[in-house]
Design a protein around this ligand. Structure first.
Ligand SMILES: NC(=O)c1ccc[n+]([C@@H]2O[C@H](COP(=O)([O-])OP(=O)(O)OC[C@H]3O[C@@H](n4cnc5c(N)ncnc54)[C@H](O)[C@@H]3O)[C@@H](O)[C@H]2O)c1
Length: 258
């Protein structure tokens, strides 16, 4: 019988905005397993809410403000993580953004700026966070990001975010290869639709959720907690033989043809 005990392990979770954030649910699971956490939120506007949320955790986390478009903020976030923890064992990247006009209407109309912003925030940021985290992962580590099946198949309205997720998934494989010799594993969860701030921006999200529930083998939508539990598995030593994987947590929707 194996239980997940993360006491003595340090994790950094990027992308908590509110109680619906996938990152928040992963943070709760890691905290519940005994890990010490750094939690990063995007900007001042989110600070109070995130501060209030984290009072629910068993161990008070190190709270960090970090906009991934600002390289200085990213560097200073990791400097603070290094000072506080010394060694980092786990990193969670749960960040995505595209301009509203680029996640509805014709994909063909996507402008250079919209393309740049979506790819920079949703895909380049992963590389950036991993680069900063690796020097702190002296004992090896496990890194996780969140993706969506629009990287492979067309979901109308997902548009540029599908392009960004394709890039992100390629980064998972490339980094898994590069960091394997240091015993640092890199994986992604490809989640089914969940009600979050980011998801509400996707045109047709309500239909997407309904159709997933109707057609998936499990005949329902997934829960935030199911993603968090799979994250716990991928971030812990229980998955020590797994790297470069994109794990679908989608009630099986990805296998269905019709
Ligand atoms: N909700 C879903 O249905 C679903 C499904 C599959 C994958 N995902 C992915 O899960 C991840 C988390 O999204 P979520 O659904 O929890 O929504 P969310 O809105 O709670 O999280 C998105 C996070 O990205 C952060 N962010 C955006 N721009 C940023 C920037 N410049 N710097 C720092 N942080 C920034 C936001 O502040 C927020 O915390 C995303 O990668 C999303 O694509 C979500």
């Amino acid at each position: 019988m194996h239980t997940i005990d993360l006491s003595g392990k340090n994790g950094a979770v990027f992308g908590v905005a509110n109680e619906w954030s996938i990152a928040w649910h992963i943070a709760q699971a890691l905290d519940g397993a005994g890990a010490r956490l750094a939690i990063a939120y995007q900007n001042q506007r989110l600070r109070e809410r995130v501060e209030r949320l984290t009072t629910q955790l068993r161990q008070p986390p190190l709270l960090l403000q970090c906009d991934v478009q600002n390289e200085e903020e990213v560097a200073s976030a990791f400097a603070r993580i290094g000072e506080a923890f010394g060694t980092l064992h786990m990193l969670v990247h749960s960040i995505a953004y595209a301009q509203r006009e680029d996640i509805s209407g014709a994909f063909l109309k996507t402008r250079r700026e919209g393309f740049r912003i979506a790819l920079e925030v949703s895909a380049y940021s992963f590389l950036l966070l991993v680069r900063e985290a690796v020097p702190l992962m002296r004992e090896g580590g496990s890194i996780l990001t969140l993706t969506f099946q629009a990287s492979q198949r067309v979901f109308p309205g997902y548009n540029i975010m599908g392009t960004a997720k394709a890039a992100l998934e390629q980064e998972v494989r490339q980094l898994a290869y590069e960091l394997g010799p240091q015993n640092i594993r890199v994986n992604a969860i490809s989640a089914g639709p969940l009600d979050t701030l980011a998801a509400r921006g996707i045109h047709g999200f309500v239909d997407m959720k309904r159709i997933h529930a109707e057609r998936s083998p499990l005949k329902r939508n997934i829960t935030h907690q199911e993603v968090a539990q799979s994250a716990l598995f991928l971030l812990s030593d229980l998955s020590s033989g797994v790297t470069g994987a994109i794990l679908p947590v989608d009630a099986g929707y990805h296998i269905v043809g019709l």
